[in-house]
Ligand binder design. Structure first.
Ligand code: NAP
Length: 499
């Protein structure tokens, strides 16, 4: 039997060349490890490659939405356009020399633990089979579009497509455009298309809480100053107010009757009251559930956009599609040339549909029924040497997932150390530790604002919030060091557990 120890250097496979996969690649390269990144598409960038809709913006301040080790002076504005973010990842991957390590157009379709060899056997979409001692699943969260169950979609004579599959040849300018859905995506699209479409209909099943945020562009002089003095970038990235808002936000999630959520609700309500003039429109836009139950929408212009005369907010339910447009439940027709489905993603897929089989052939699909889970969002019992970045039960909210992934990498790197040192063949959490974590997490998640009574992609199939239910500080603390007693190592010779 061969073991990872016999096969030094260990072979690492990273699945996905999005934000987290690029991070893993850079860190593995820095550590001098052997690795390959398999990317299903022909280009890196993950969600920033898939999404190209007009108005795509990252609603985390641009200078806070970078790797901590790679500040970027070139942002055009306080919030970055999606294309700028994609460029940032491309430049960063190239600068850190990992482009040759990415194999494009290779989707990992199966990932099967081979006990006899203590390694993973990966099947690729090209038909190739490869082996890995260590797998880093950085396959993203929101990448499988959720299509709405609207009858007759196929009968529509115009263009109809999901927001993450933008069709460049669709009629937009001077056309009659409809957008279904008012999550962050739908709101950004409506805002961007208002002055392009002849008429714009925003089909809303539930109204949204809209947090007003500042927006300003950086001048060339400011960018030059950022280039000369990265401390100016740090001042924005580590700005006290920005971080106190993040901490306030996570307190708001966990203390549903506390002062922080009350403050967020008041800010959003003031925004609605003071921005929307027409009383009828104001009532259409008024949410009937708690703020932050769904992901909060950050926007500096949405309420202005929907008050323009060419925009209609349609709260009547959709009956079905017809060749000429959307037939509403009350019998009216909204005639359209183009319909954009900003209806979100299947957020419980993660690495799936890749078939992942762990020890004794246990299937990830079975382990993740009824809900996807991972110990501290990173590791899974019976799936040795398998690590997830931005996996299930991690923090979600209006903050940078890059920061989350970096903290997770710091944790993963510590778990990898016994393998890198040759002290252990495998590492995985114990079943008992994971069960205890998940029981605590589910109990806490039910009491968060996400579980306060609304529909959202934050909820799992049983209606329990699928995310990290504690504070940001608690997450940061948990990622500083693994609790080694909760992990099972398979020592090579004498047990040599980390202190
Ligand atoms: P989403 O938040 O899941 O919103 C989907 C929208 O579609 C909801 O308004 C939903 O209504 C509606 N919908 C779904 N099915 C429908 C149907 N059959 N009929 C009518 N309406 C339907 O999706 P998203 O807007 O794409 O955003 C997903 C996530 O991506 C965000 O929460 C965020 O995490 C991320 N994102 C981030 C940014 C950023 O700036 N950082 C930008 C875009 C997206 P209900 O609410 O009634 O279910």
């Amino acid at each position: 039997m061969s073991t990872p120890i016999d096969r030094q250097p260990l072979r690492h496979v990273v699945i996905g060349a999005g934000m987290a996969g690029i991070l893993a690649g850079i860190k593995l390269k820095e550590a001098g490890k052997t690795f390959v990144i398999y990317e299903k598409s022909d280009r890196l960038g993950g969600t920033w490659r898939d999404n190209r809709y007009p108005g795509l913006t990252c609603d985390v301040p641009a200078h806070a939405y970078t790797y901590s080790f790679e500040p970027y002076a070139e942002w055009e504005a306080y919030y970055a356009r999606g294309e700028e973010v994609r460029t940032y990842f491309e430049l960063t991957a190239a600068k850190h020399g990992i482009m040759p390590d990415i194999q494009f157009d290779r989707e990992v379709v199966s990932c099967i633990w081979r006990e006899a060899d203590a390694c993973w056997a990966l099947g690729l979409s090209t038909g190739e089979m490869v082996e890995a001692d260590i797998v880093i699943a950085a396959s993203g969260v929101l990448h499988h579009p959720r299509m709405p169950d609207i009858a007759g979609l196929d009968s529509f004579a115009g263009h109809v497509f999901h927001s993450a599959r933008w069709q460049d040849d669709a009629s937009i300018d001077g056309a009659r455009v409809g957008v279904v859905g008012n999550g962050s995506t739908g709101v950004q699209i409506i805002t961007a298309l208002q002055d392009r479409a002849e008429t714009l209909v925003h089909f809303q099943r539930s109204p949204q809480w809209i947090m007003p945020v500042p927006y300003f562009r950086y001048s060339e002089e400011e960018r030059e100053a950022f280039r000369r003095d990265p401390a100016l970038i740090d001042a924005i990235r580590y700005d006290e107010e920005y971080w106190s808002n993040i901490h306030r936000f996570t307190r708001a999630i966990t203390e549903v009757d506390g002062p922080d959520i009350a403050m967020i609700e008041a800010l959003c309500l003031d925004n609605l009251e003071n921005s929307v003039r027409d009383p009828e429109l104001k009532e259409k836009l008024r949410p009937d559930y708690r703020a932050a139950c769904k992901r909060l929408i950050y926007s500096w212009r949405y309420y202005d956009a929907v008050q323009e005369p060419n925009v209609v907010v349609e709260r009547e339910g959709i009956s079905h599609m017809e060749p000429s447009g959307v037939r509403l439940k009350d019998g009216r027709l909204q005639p359209l040339d183009t319909l954009v489905l900003a209806t979100g993603f299947q957020a419980d897929r993660f690495i799936r549909p890749t078939e992942v089989l762990g020890r004794a052939g246990v299937s990830l699909d079975d382990v993740w029924s009824p809900r996807p889970t991972a110990y501290y969002a990173v590791t899974i019992p019976r799936f040795p040497n398998f690590f997830m970045l931005n996996g299930p039960t991690g923090p979600v909210g209006n903050f940078s997932l890059i920061d989350i992934a970096e903290r997770q990498w710091d944790y993963v790197a510590q778990l990898l150390q016994p393998l890198w040192d040759g002290r252990s063949r495998t590492v995985e959490p114990s079943i008992a530790a994971h069960e205890a974590y998940e029981a605590r997490r589910v109990a806490a998640a039910r009491t968060t604002i996400f579980g306060s009574g609304c529909s959202s992609w934050y909820l799992d199939a049983t209606g329990v919030p699928a995310s990290w239910p504690w504070s940001y500080e608690a997450f940061a603390e948990a990622m500083t060091a693994p609790v080694w007693n909760d992990y099972v190592l398979n020592p090579v010779a004498e047990p040599a557990l980390p202190a």
